[in-house]
Design a protein around this ligand. Structure first.
Ligand SMILES: [Zn+2]
Length: 170
């Protein structure tokens, strides 16, 4: 380590957010909803002032709390910092949760469609993917059997097969 590195002050410290090291406390989603009902980033980064949706609340070694966006954690990374890995982990968890929620919505829609007699009729008129010549088996019997035993991945596969026959959401 060179002398210049040793005396380098953490950017958050230089900005008046207390003394390094900084610890991650929690992540908060800050949004504001406009008159149309759309949500937008509703917070601002205490370091750079940018609008942020996901605020990383940090605490300095001397107990000062402040919030920054994930980009600023990356931008201000210094050797020995643990914040970057914390943020990476949080972002990964958040994406995983969002992905799971999206899949659950897709599956819920599939079940709803399968309750619709019109959709049942459409699927009954389509060939079974593995027994295309069978008159006893249809895409409908394939899907309903598969859903009985399928996990998340199998259910999503069913979504993919049925979605082309669904009407677009209004
Ligand atoms: Zn920032």
């Amino acid at each position: 380590m060179s002398t210049t590195e040793k005396v380098r002050v953490h950017p958050f410290e230089a900005a008046g957010h207390g003394m390094a090291p900084f610890k991650f406390r929690y992540i908060e989603e800050i949004v504001f909803v406009d008159t149309q009902g759309y949500s937008h980033a509703g917070g601002s980064c205490d370091y750079c002032g940018t609008l942020i949706r996901w605020a990383y609340w940090l605490r300095s070694a001397c107990g000062k709390d402040f919030k920054v966006g994930c980009d600023c954690v990356a931008k201000t990374h210094m050797p020995g910092d643990t914040l970057l890995s914390v943020v990476a982990r949080e972002e990964k968890n958040r994406k995983k949760a969002a992905d799971k929620a999206r899949k659950e919505l897709r599956i819920a829609r599939l079940y709803k469609e399968l309750d619709d007699p019109e959709m049942v009729e459409v699927l009954q008129g389509l060939p079974h993917p593995h027994r295309p010549d069978s008159i006893d088996h249809s895409l409908h019997s394939y899907i309903t059997n598969k859903l009985r035993v399928a996990g998340m991945a199998g259910k999503i596969e069913c979504c993919r097969m049925v979605e082309p026959y669904m009407l677009p959401d209004e």
